[in-house]
Ligand binder design. Structure first.
Ligand code: NAG
Ligand code: NAG
Ligand code: NAG
Ligand code: NAG
Ligand code: NAG
Ligand code: NAG
Ligand code: NAG
Length: 824
């Protein structure tokens, strides 16, 4: 009797032990359950599965979360059917499915067999007992005794994408591995956003909301998604893998050994966030999110538009296209996009324009041939009348494969390190008028950096080879130049700069390196050595600069002493400016205080006189086009000297003086006039705009940049009658009332200079009398960059400002921008 009792107790005990170990290990067996606060822990305890509460503990869900961060739920089973109390029991059903049962009502709230795609589970015959296991990847897997996977949570993602997990589609089974956002921070039911693979054309991932795309990653280009250049910078932490076979199209990433835990989340606002666990702070750090900016908004600039985040006006048209409705574009409604200026000829009458550095347009209806070469791709595109563009499918090894687009090019934007898109145009669009510069170019992105020169300019040039009567060889260049300025032998320059040694280096920019040197006669010089890459670009810039500067003589322009050409090396020799550039003063914490208001005003007037000389008095009528603090040098007596004429534009025929459209958009973020950033309209007013920004920077000692809109800030202060508050705090204290008054005048003049509408900006000849208080400046209007564009909060203000600008353009001077836009 006692024996049988003992046996019974032992049997009960062992059953208890079995049950409890089944409930808190990484495995759940047929006999086990999980309920209440019990969890299934992955073998190394990275993830846990269990019940969690939302909405003040009024709704309960079965989920998987990071053990170190229990609030970070990565997967939810019963998203649509919450339990009302922690009464859920997780168990394996007799049929081998994992089920969540409500113990209170005995209802099955969720079952893995319901969420498995029809074909996959049914195809597998279950062998023996089924176990559920939570693996260290965060994957909950059901296997049978033979080890066959019956079901896994990684094939049923919710809002989180974990390492080793795939997003995409199985072509074979029809399974769709896509993410869907939560409805709210406290509500895991499926929300408005989905992250889906578009398998048509060249595959790409996109975010989908309310029946339309809101963001695309761009197609996979062999290395990364075309629109996410940042992926390259993460390659030390993650291994990205893209699969496109007849069976499946999918994307996944793995954490490299030793890299921290990470996840990618589609959040409730429809933003993809790559989060990385920071062990030190015990929190998630947001590494990347997309869409990043307004240019990532799907089809922001409409068909054949191209988006660039360089200024307030982000949309432009691809070369050869013009806004479909100019009036709407002035209203900043760019969704209508652009239309072709010259119809395609279909055949030999067409050619290709290279749009460099972009995220490729929507590939949904593109055709892809990974085997074709780029040349073959061009040939095929020309042979098909409906083909509008082509590009390489894989960028590795100089580019291979072929993507062809047939209709509108939608959602194209400039990105760092972007790809080349070959856009089909009628040949007449590709031919460049004789009096303009003989190459066609397109801006890539202007990158702001904190290098010595603070800014580096990245742009790419496509040169027309066919009609080139231009200087093609260095011999030609040397010949042309010898008449323009004295040349120095290379030996002299080399000795002067101590063989271009690193110690002599005083600056570095987009065009090359600047060295300090000493000529045999003791004179100090600055030698600008142009970079050897981009020969075409370098040569054009070089010629432009030499020809222009050699003819210019003004106290406020830096003087070119000579030049030196040797093989592929091209150098310019300038007088040396011992105080370097203005930005090294006004944006420097220590040195700014040494620049008194009186000196600043002298610098301002000096720059104004230099620009006026360029515009009017030099008889050459030059537009500088890249006026900025880094391009203003200061000599030993703090006299301002404008430098860097590499991209200046010469207007010798007065007929062409007013305005013209350039295909070369070059400039620096923050200083670029909106009409120029938008459609490349070049005029003297472009320099006036940059001067206005520079003026505000000199007064305030602050930089106009993405993170701080100096113009809006200055407007706010001016409007409130507190202009003198803009004055650099480093010198404000020591200023007299009269000086503060002068600063306030400068602010008002600057605000006039940065008016959105070019015709409202004062010509440089008027600026100087205004600054020296001989002429009263007009009242500026609110700059458009201050009004939130397209925002529902102030639609009236934005519309009014845009309307005013438009009326001014059409009414004021008949043949301004509008005619120019349609003229070519
Ligand atoms: C399971 O639970 C028991 C008692 O609650 C505990 O002693 C044991 O360490 C747990 N096992 C695991 C693997 O967590
Ligand atoms: C789990 O629940 C039991 C009883 O419901 C309770 O005694 C125990 O403290 C709970 N454990 C935790 C970690 O909340
Ligand atoms: C949650 O519960 C707390 C205390 O019970 C209460 O103060 C709070 O208003 C509740 N919040 C919601 C959203 O119901
Ligand atoms: C719950 O349902 C199972 C089968 O679905 C049944 O065997 C069991 O008796 C039910 N229990 C209660 C309390 O209704
Ligand atoms: C599973 O699917 C069947 C049929 O579609 C449905 O009747 C049942 O309610 C579902 N069960 C759960 C737990 O969703
Ligand atoms: C989604 O992510 C973006 C970008 O990181 C963030 O600004 C936003 O607040 C997030 N939304 C929610 C609901 O967390
Ligand atoms: C923008 O322009 C499109 C047509 O190009 C038009 O359908 C749409 O209503 C306009 N939107 C606004 C806000 O004016």
């Amino acid at each position: 009797m006692a024996m049988s009792h003992l046996l019974l107790i032992l049997a009960l005990l062992s059953a208890l032990v079995l049950t409890s170990s089944a409930a808190n290990g990484s495995m759940l067996t047929q006999s086990g359950t999980i309920s209440g606060n019990q969890t299934l822990d992955s073998p190394s305890n990275a993830f846990q599965l269990g019940l969690f509460a939302a909405s003040n503990r009024s709704r309960w869900f079965l989920g998987i979360w990071f053990a170190v961060s229990p609030d970070t739920v990565v997967w939810v089973a019963n998203r649509d059917r919450p339990l009302t109390s922690p009464s859920g029991v997780v168990e394996l059903s007799g049929g081998g499915a994992l089920v969540l049962r409500d113990a209170a009502t005995n209802d099955t709230v969720w079952s893995s067999s319901n969420s498995s795609s029809s074909s996959s589970a049914a195809a597998v015959a279950v062998v023996g007992a089924v176990v559920a296991e939570l693996r260290d990847t965060g994957n909950l897997v059901l296997t049978d005794a033979a080890g066959a996977v019956l079901w896994q949570s990684f094939e049923h993602p919710t809002n989180t994408f974990l390492p080793e997990m795939r997003v995409g589609k199985s072509i074979r089974t029809g399974a769709d591995w896509s993410l869907s956002s939560w409805r709210g921070a406290d509500d895991p039911s499926p929300g408005d956003f989905r992250y889906v693979m578009d398998t048509s054309g060249s595959p790409e991932l996109y975010i989908w909301s309310h029946g339309r795309k809101t963001y695309r990653t761009g197609p996979w280009n062999g290395v990364r998604f075309s629109g996410i250049p940042e992926m390259t910078t993460f390659s030390d932490m993650f291994d990205f893998q893209f699969t496109a076979t007849a069976d499946e199209v999918s994307y996944m990433f793995r954490n490299r050994d030793g890299s921290p835990m990470s996840r990618v989340l589609l959040n409730e606002s429809g933003v993809m966030q790559r989060m990385v666990w920071d062990q030190a702070s015990g929190a998630w750090s947001n590494f990347w999110s997309g869409p990043r900016d307004q240019c990532d908004g799907y089809a922001k600039c409409g068909a054949f538009g191209v988006c660039s985040v360089v200024d307030a006006v982000v949309c432009g048209c691809i070369t050869g296209f013009a806004p479909r409705s100019v009036a709407e574009w002035y209203m900043r409604n760019t969704s209508g996009g652009c239309a072709r200026r010259t119809p395609l000829q279909c055949g030999d009458g067409d050619g290709f324009y290279v749009l460099r550095g972009v995220k490729l347009p929507d590939t949904h209806s593109s055709a892809v041939d990974p085997g074709a070469s780029l040349q073959e791709c061009a040939r095929r595109c020309l042979a098909t009348c409906s083909c509008t563009a082509y590009s390489a499918a894989d960028i590795r090894g100089g580019g291979s494969g072929c993507i062809q687009w047939f209709g509108d090019l939608v959602d194209t934007r400039f990105v760092d390190d972007g790809q080349d898109l070959y856009v089909r145009l009628a040949k007449s669009e590709l031919d460049v008028p004789k009096n303009t510069r003989k190459f066609v170019a397109v801006i890539a992105l202007v990158v702001t950096g904190f290098t010595l020169l603070l800014l580096s300019l990245a742009f790419v040039i496509w040169r027309k080879a066919r009609r080139s009567k231009k200087v093609n060889t260095l011999d030609d260049a040397a010949e042309l130049m010898s008449g323009e300025c004295p040349t120095y032998p290379l030996g002299v320059i080399r000795t002067a700069t101590k063989g271009f040694c690193a110690d002599s280096e005083i600056g570095r920019g987009g065009f090359g390196i600047v060295y300090k040197g000493q000529l045999p006669d003791g004179q100090q010089v600055a030698v600008k050595k142009l970079s050897a890459e981009n020969t075409a670009q370098g040569l054009n810039e070089f010629m432009n600069e030499v020809v222009l500067i050699a003819k210019l003589q003004h106290r406020n322009l830096v003087r070119l002493l000579g030049c030196c050409v040797h093989c592929s090396e091209r150098m310019l020799v300038y007088e040396y400016m011992s105080n370097k550039s203005l930005d090294a003063f006004i944006f420097d914490e220590k040195r700014r205080a040494s620049l008194s208001w009186k000196t600043r005003l002298d610098v301002i007037l000096g720059i104004a006189r230099g620009v006026l000389y360029l515009h009017r008095d030099s008889r050459l009528n030059i537009i500088h086009r890249d006026l900025k603090a880094a391009n203003v040098l200061l000599d030993a007596d703090m006299v301002a000297k404008i430098s860097d004429f590499g991209i200046a534009r010469l207007f010798s025929s007065s007929a062409d003086r007013q305005e013209t459209i350039t295909r070369t958009i070059i400039g620096t973020y923050g200083y670029m006039a909106p009409e120029y950033a938008m459609d490349g309209t070049v005029s003297f007013m472009q320099d006036v705009y940059s001067f206005g920004v520079l003026l505000l920077e000199i007064v305030s000692g602050r930089k106009n940049q993405r993170s701080f809109n100096l113009i809006a800030h200055a407007w706010g202060l001016w409007e409130g009658g507190r202009s003198h508050d803009l004055m650099d705090p480093a010198i404000r204290g020591g200023c007299t009332a009269g000086e503060l008054e002068q600063a306030a005048t400068c602010v008002q003049v600057a605000l006039l200079c940065v008016q959105e509408c070019p015709s409202q900006r004062p010509p440089m000849a008027d600026v100087i009398p205004m600054l020296s208080q001989q002429k009263a400046p007009a009242r500026p209007r609110r700059p458009v960059v201050c009004t939130p564009m397209m925002s529902s909060s102030h639609p009236a203000a934005a519309a009014a400002a845009a309307l005013a600008a438009q009326a001014e353009i059409t009414g004021g001077n008949g043949d301004l921008t509008i005619t120019s836009l349609e003229g070519r």
